[in-house]
Design a binder for this molecule. Sequence first.
Ligand code: HMG
Length: 391
Amino acid sequence: MSNAASFGIHDLSFATTEYVLSHAALAEYNGTEIGKYHIGIGQRSMSVCAADEDIVTLGAAAAAPIIARHGSERIRTVVFATESSIDQAKSAGIYVHSLLGLQSACRVVELKQACYGATAALQFAIGLVRRDPDQQVLVIASDVSKYELDSPGEATQGAAAVAMLVSADPALVCIENASGLFTADVMDFWRPNYRTTALVDGQESVEAYLQAVAGSWKDYGEQGGRTLDEFAAFCYHQPFTKMAYKAHRHLLNHAGHSADQADIEHAIGQTVAYNTSIGNSYTASVYLALAALLDQADDLTDRPIGFLSYGSGSVAEFFAGTAVPGYREHLRTAANLAAIARRKPVDHARYRELHEWSFPADGGDHPTPQQTTGPFRLAGVSGHKRIYQAR
Ligand code: HMG
């Protein structure tokens, strides 16, 4: 057994969809002034799934480069965090485990608490690798965000998966022990089992998020956390990127700091590049913020990064990580930019068709049209079973 002193994110890779809808196209269709999208909520485009993509194909595509780089011998746990689950019983992670050819000596589970699930997965994973630092845990955060067509939430849809290899002596980010928690029973956003689209009270959800920021920060202080001015940057959950700015302003005010616009831009500005183009990827969003920060910031070695993970309903956690010396050699910046650039633009009519696509629930054979050019595809359903293919 190694004498590991630190635990955290050893590698991080993400994948997003085949298609993209620009907010300009959405605004042209629904008559919204484009400034509301570009400035008001801070979104430029949203990732849109092909008919043969889902949380499994995205999750497998995100994780495959990690397995290619590190192998899978040490992975004895896969935690799949999602709130857009495809089955009430079977973990989506088992399909990914199969597509990636992981060893059978492995536990695989799915975890849910709205957008917060991946942070629970990360913290649980750290607990496991602390117990046995020779093991690694593969955490996959994968979501497809869907609201009703023509609803206020529609402009905040998106889809992506982030895969993280959690290990002792990580190469990217050490996660610190102190962690601030906050749970409150609120109905700001939810999705009953019989619905494919989420229900949301938009303004209440923003308020609930801000309350959770203050609540988790308070607990973080009580748990011996760092002070605000120690942080180089803050990665917030970004249902839309403007929310990160709102949240940070709220935190600064709450903590009695001046909320100068330039300071807020400095703390948040480099975390939004991927989410502004991908949209809300729910569990993956806060880790896409981290990817954008690491890819764009000047050297962050040994600098603390604040994380605020929020999941409606609600649970929030504030915690900190520090970038590890040499982390820049392990980044996947070119691949990250390529994942965003490879998406094919769809017009509004095509987007609506894709939004309304679903499988009949009759147990028959229903192959999907070949649309995605990604490494994995959902080939169809047959006898109520989903069939996946690797290319
Ligand atoms: P809305 O009613 O469409 O928009 O809802 P609005 O009227 O509130 O306007 C939005 C902003 O645009 C405002 O700025 C306007 O002033 C501005 P703010 O006052 O907020 O600073 N605006 C303009 N700016 C420039 N030029 C213009 C212009 N016009 C207006 N011409 C809302 C917006 C976000 C509520 C809606 O999209 C929604 O319901 N989204 C879904 C819910 C959501 O994302 N909530 C966020 C917090 S909850 C969360 O993060 C959890 C979640 O990810 C789920 C999970 O945990 O699983 C959602």
